[in-house]
Ligand binder design. Structure first.
Ligand code: SF4
Length: 237
C-alpha cells in the first residue's frame, strides 16, 4: 500500500520500533526453610524462585519427574531448550537416550502405575526420580556458574532427602561437582562406588555428552551395570 502511494519504483523502508528491553526480574532470596519443605511446597518454592540471575531467562522452572519414593535417582545438570519448553528434565534426544538406558536396566521414570500394574512392574525398586542440579536454563546452554549452582543446590538436596533413594546416578560434571564436591573429570570418577550421605553414588557421562561422543557409550553402559550390581547387592542386604 505504501509502495502504491509512493510509486512502485520507490523502495519502502519499514522502520521497526526499537526493541523493548528484556524485563528486569527482581532478584530475591530463596524462601526460608527449604530443608523442611514437603513436595508441594518445594515445587512452588522452585517455581517462584528468583535467587539467581537465571530466573530472568527461563520459560519455566524444571523441577523433577518420577516416582516420589523411587529407589533410583538420576541427577543431571541444567535444563536445555526442550526442558525449558516442556518443564521436564531429560527430554528430547538426550532424554530418549536416558530412557533407553534405563529401560535396558528394567527401570522407568513413570510416575503412576499403568492400569492393573500395581504390585507388578510398578515397583519403587524399578522406578526412577530424575532431577537436575539447576532448575532454570542457562542462556544459550552455557555452563552453570558457581553462584547459580550454590543458590540452587538446597532444592536438589531437599529432593534427595524426600525421595530417599537407595542409589544415585550422577550424570555429568556439574552433578558430580554438586554431590561429591569434586572437580575431577567424570572420566576419573566413574568406575567405582562413591557415597552421598551414605547413599551409593555412581558417576557416569551425561546423555547429551554421549550423543556427541558415542565412543563412550560402552563406558556408560559399564557404569549402569555397576549401578545395577550395587543396587542388587543392597536389595540382598
Ligand atoms: S536456577 Fe535455581 S536458584 Fe536460580 S532462579 Fe532458578 S530455581 Fe532459583
Amino acid at each position: 500500500m505504501a509502495g502504491a502511494l509512493l510509486g512502485s519504483d520507490v523502495p519502502v523502508q519499514t522502520i521497526e520500533p526499537p526493541m523493548a528491553p528484556a524485563p528486569v526480574v527482581p532478584r530475591g532470596d530463596r524462601p526460608a526453610g527449604v530443608e523442611a519443605m514437603d513436595w508441594q511446597t518445594l515445587r512452588q518454592a522452585v517455581a517462584d524462585c528468583t535467587a539467581c540471575k537465571l530466573c530472568s531467562g527461563r520459560r519455566q522452572t524444571v523441577f523433577g519427574v518420577g516416582h516420589l519414593r523411587a529407589h533410583w535417582m538420576v541427577v543431571g545438570e541444567a535444563p536445555g531448550e526442550q526442558e525449558d519448553i516442556q518443564g521436564e528434565p531429560f527430554v528430547g534426544k538426550s532424554g530418549q537416550l536416558l530412557d533407553n538406558m534405563l529401560r535396558a536396566l528394567g527401570l522407568s521414570r513413570r510416575e503412576t502405575p499403568p492400569p492393573g500394574g500395581e504390585g507388578s512392574a510398578y515397583d519403587a525398586a524399578r522406578q526412577v526420580y530424575i532431577a537436575n542440579t539447576l532448575k532454570c536454563r542457562p542462556p544459550g546452554n552455557r555452563n552453570p556458574e558457581p553462584d547459580e549452582l550454590a543458590q540452587c543446590e538446597p532444592f536438589l538436596i531437599r529432593q534427595i532427602a524426600l525421595v530417599q533413594p537407595r542409589i544415585i546416578l550422577a550424570m555429568g560434571r556439574f552433578a558430580v561437582q554438586s554431590l561429591l564436591r569434586s572437580n575431577e573429570p567424570v572420566g576419573r570418577l566413574r568406575g567405582r562406588v562413591h557415597r552421598y550421605q551414605g547413599v551409593p553414588l555412581i558417576v557416569t557421562y551425561h546423555p547429551a555428552y554421549l550423543l556427541r561422543n558415542p565412543e563412550d557409550k560402552a563406558r556408560a553402559w559399564d557404569d549402569l551395570c555397576l549401578a545395577a550390581e550395587t543396587a542388587a547387592g543392597l536389595a540382598g542386604d
